[in-house]
Design a protein around this ligand. Structure first.
Ligand SMILES: *Cc1c(COP(=O)(O)O)cnc(C)c1O
Length: 358
């Protein structure tokens, strides 16, 4: 290894897609590719998912949709940030379908099938109750076929949270009523993200929309992760230094050696998504042993206290595992206070990216 490496196991993504599709066997399984496939690289990830049978994809922005269209000629691509008339040509040229979030967007759209997003209690995007009533009372407004009628769960990663049942009931009530409108007759109903899939068949409807679980993230807040690990980050030791008791390490001098120590400087920093939240808190794996981060993470480097590792096993050039492999996303999330969503989307472009099993 010549420098820090981000390894992305494409076969593990396929395995996770199959696991999720099997869990929601009565529904179609779409895939979330927003934020460049949660930071893992849409151009590499999308064809692999398409090869596994995925036909429906969601992205956040028209730009992401355009990039995805150049990779997948046939797929249905939905853009979640809605529609403005200024974007008409982009939507047309790249055959993108908007997820329409407001009545104004519904009225503006006339270029083919689209998704309609209704709010069921999360109060992020989606039609409000009054807008749904307006749709129901004025039957002429919709000039397109609603291909997907969707909402989103706020607390699905906590299976016992009362919000889940409340949102499910609200979704049923809204969809039953909207289905009376001709434009909604054949709409596929969709409620579940990754965690929603594990809430059981009541939540699956016609289409499920996993993201994080495809990429190895834990769909549960406090249960063991059932997904295959996808991402590994390995740094390289650039220098080993002897630090005497009483000396300090790094910016701000936030680590002081309490014994004669060996400190390894590694070529990963916050510019690689290993944020300062890991300062004095992160753990790395060297030869199967956990070692602590010493001091503050800097932009390009971090320091590890390798005093307890046999000198032959931590030398200049040794690879250290910072994420994935033996160090789960959950463990890194707990150490840093970041979510596994943040850990993945922060990874950035600087690593030597290696796609495995493509
Ligand atoms: C991000 C997102 C998903 C996927 O959520 P995960 O928790 O990553 O599975 C599904 N639906 C919507 C609307 C989203 O924004």
């Amino acid at each position: 290894m010549i420098r820090a490496e981000l390894r992305i196991d494409l076969a593990a993504i396929v395995a996770n897609y199959r696991t999720l599709a099997a869990r929601a066997v009565a529904a179609q399984c779409a895939a979330m590719l927003k934020a460049d496939a949660y930071g893992l690289g849409m151009a590499a990830v999308a064809p692999v998912l398409a090869g596994a049978g995925c036909k429906v994809f969601f992205v956040a922005t028209p730009e992401e949709g355009r990039a995805l269209r150049t990779v997948l000629r046939e797929a249905e691509i939905y853009v979640m940030t809605g529609y403005q008339v200024e974007l008409r040509e982009v939507y047309r040229a790249y055959r993108l379908r908007p997820v329409l979030n407001t009545l104004a967007e519904i009225e503006a759209w006339r270029d083919g099938p689209a998704a309609v997003y209704v709010d069921t209690g999360m109060n992020r995007l989606g039609l409000e109750a009054a807008e749904i009533e307006a749709l129901l009372s004025d039957r002429g407004k919709i000039r397109f076929e609603v291909a997907i009628l969707m909402s989103h769960l706020a607390c699905a990663d906590e299976p016992d949270h009362p919000m889940n049942k409340r949102q499910l009931a609200r979704f049923r009530e809204i969809t039953d009523r909207l289905k009376s409108l001709p434009a909604f007759k054949t709409a596929a109903l969709s409620l579940a993200n990754s965690a929603g899939i594990f809430l059981g068949p009541d939540y699956h409807f016609d289409l499920v929309r996993p993201g994080i679980a495809l990429y190895g993230g834990n769909p549960f807040a406090d249960r063991l992760n059932p997904m295959a690990n996808v991402v590994e980050v390995h740094g390289r030791i650039l220098q080993i230094r002897a630090v005497a008791a009483g000396e300090c390490v790094g910016y701000g001098a936030t680590f002081t050696a309490t014994r004669p120590s060996r400190i390894a400087i590694v070529d990963v920093g916050y510019a690689d998504g290993y944020l300062r939240a890991f300062s004095n808190k992160g753990r790395a794996l060297i030869a199967g042993q956990r070692v602590p981060v010493a001091g503050r993470i800097s932009m390009d480097f971090l320091a590890l206290d390798v005093t307890d590792i046999a000198p032959g096993q931590a030398e200049v050039g040794t690879a250290v595992n910072l994420l994935g492999g033996g160090l789960s996303l959950d463990e890194a999330a707990a150490a840093s206070g970041l979510s596994c969503y943040e850990l993945l989307t922060l990874l950035g472009r600087r690593y030597n990216r290696v796609y495995l099993n493509g």
